[in-house]
Ligand binder design. Structure first.
Ligand SMILES: Cc1cc2nc3c(=O)[nH]c(=O)nc-3n(C[C@H](O)[C@H](O)[C@H](O)COP(=O)(O)OP(=O)(O)OC[C@H]3O[C@@H](n4cnc5c(N)ncnc54)[C@H](O)[C@@H]3O)c2cc1C
Length: 421
């Protein structure tokens, strides 16, 4: 009995701020390592953002090795080397399988729950928190308390609550309705931390001109999507898949992925190029057009492209080619056909910018990783303060990498905070 009282008295009191992917994992790890853990979540339920990940299916990791993983992290990959060595994608898979969430791997090594339900991932993490005795408080933390460069608690409402260590897992600043509105950046800055410039990544792209708006709502599958730097002609991104035209420009999986490869997207710097017929080379495409023309030989051009293009695209396409839409098929010239082929193979869309941070899948920028120990996620400025997840200045491409980063950094922070002295 005495030893039990003693060990309870000695247990480190750890506050975890933010009940998202990183926060729940950090809480579980710290509790398993013997700490007395309180998890603060401002929303009335945990994992609000996690529930909408992967279109509600939660792509929770990527089944690749560490080297391939780091190639998918454009910002500060080296900082994550230890975290991914200690807690790999394999560990994440085992962890969730052990919590009763069977997993499956899809195209691009993306790992999902077999149920296709992100809520199963949240429930499993929440169950594990409760099983480990984590106290869950649905309260917003306003301030971190520190003196002599050491954290000693948190302030929530008017109340100051003492803790031996604090793990800040408040996420980024995108999709603020999920609760991740950048509160953690402010709290860390108040203690002297540097927050690097915040900008959107994995975000829809704004186009110049009216072309996209004229095809608003049209979704294309199996197209080749490229982004080129106009001045140098350098291809900065290329992918094959799905995209959608909107009133402002472009969105969809390939477009979001492209955004993570673009920096300083000033007006005129980049151009999107869509190959609408990637299965056909120019010669084959010309033959295909001629055969359609043969089929519809007495029609106007505008009424003869239904086999080649989606209806919504026909008018904008013909006008882009600079051909009179009412021209009879039999009088379309060889040169005009060549312009059609070129436009089908390379539909050019000048880009103007990103959509705002609110609409980004992830926030680029965050706590400067030079001020954080990569082996424990502890602050180099404030003893007892730890960071995990998207609040850090790390971000990755789509494919389950961002959640794996949240889990790996949380494991280090949770373990280290529990043994903090
Ligand atoms: C639409 C969408 C789809 C995505 N899909 C995927 C995907 O399939 N795969 C993938 O890898 N990544 C995906 N991501 C990215 C991924 O969701 C995030 O990178 C990840 O959730 C970050 O985890 P986190 O715990 O650091 O932050 P969050 O999950 O954002 O959690 C932070 C938590 O902190 C709480 N909080 C904030 N401030 C306070 C405060 N002051 N006091 C108390 N609580 C506070 C918030 O309410 C929130 O619950 C997606 C993102 C979005 C927006």
């Amino acid at each position: 009995m005495t030893s039990m009282i003693k060990s309870m008295a000695e247990a480190k009191r750890v506050a975890v701020i933010g009940g998202g992917a990183a926060g729940m994992m950090a809480a579980i790890r710290a509790a398993r390592a013997g700490a007395s853990v309180t998890l603060f979540e401002r929303n009335d339920r945990l994992g609000k953002k996690l529930r909408i990940t992967g279109k509600g299916r939660c792509n929770l990791t990527n089944d690749c090795d560490r080297e391939e993983f780091l190639r998918n992290v454009p910002t500060n990959p080296r900082f994550l080397y230890t975290a991914l060595s200690v807690w790999s994608t394999e560990d994440t898979k085992d962890f969730f399988e052990e919590l009763g969430v069977p997993l499956k791997t899809e195209r691009g090594k993306r790992v999902f729950p077999v149920s296709d339900r992100a809520s199963d991932v949240v429930s499993a993490l929440e169950r594990a928190c409760r099983a480990e005795g984590v106290e869950i408080l649905h309260r917003r933390v306003r301030r971190l308390l520190a003196r002599d460069d050491r954290v000693y608690g948190v302030q929530s409402g008017a109340e100051e609550i003492p803790f031996d260590a604090v793990i800040l897992c408040t996420g980024g600043k995108s999709y603020p309705l999920t609760g991740s509105d950048g509160d953690g950046y402010r709290m860390a800055e108040e203690l002297g931390h540097t927050v690097t410039r915040l900008c959107p990544s994995l975000v829809p792209l704004v186009a110049d001109g009216r072309l996209c708006a004229s095809m608003q709502g049209l979704s294309l599958k199996n197209v080749s999507f490229r982004v080129t730097e106009v001045a140098t002609g350098k291809r900065v991104f290329e992918d094959f898949g799905e995209l959608m035209f909107t009133h402002f420009g472009l969105t969809g999986p390939t477009v979001l992925s492209a955004s993570a490869h673009l920096s300083d997207i000033a007006q005129g710097r980049y151009e999107a190029q869509i190959d609408l017929k990637s299965a056909l080379d120019e010669k084959m495409l010309d033959a295909r057009i001629r055969s359609d023309f043969e089929k519809y030989k007495n029609r106007d051009l505008i009424n003869s492209l239904g086999d080649l293009l989606p209806q919504k695209m026909i008018e904008p396409f013909v006008s882009l080619c600079g051909i009179d839409p009412r021209k009879k098929i039999h009088s379309v010239t060889r040169e005009e056909r060549a312009v059609m082929v070129q436009t089908l193979k390379c539909l050019r869309i000048p880009l103007r910018g990103f959509r705002p941070l609110d609409e980004a899948i992830v926030t680029r920028g965050g706590i400067d990783v030079r001020e954080v120990r990569p082996g424990s996620m502890e602050s180099k400025r404030i003893r007892g303060l730890y960071f995990a997840g998207e609040i850090l200045d790390v971000d990755a491409y789509t494919g389950g990498f961002n959640l794996q980063i949240a889990f790996s950094t949380a494991v280090l922070a949770g373990d280290a905070a529990a043994s903090d002295d």
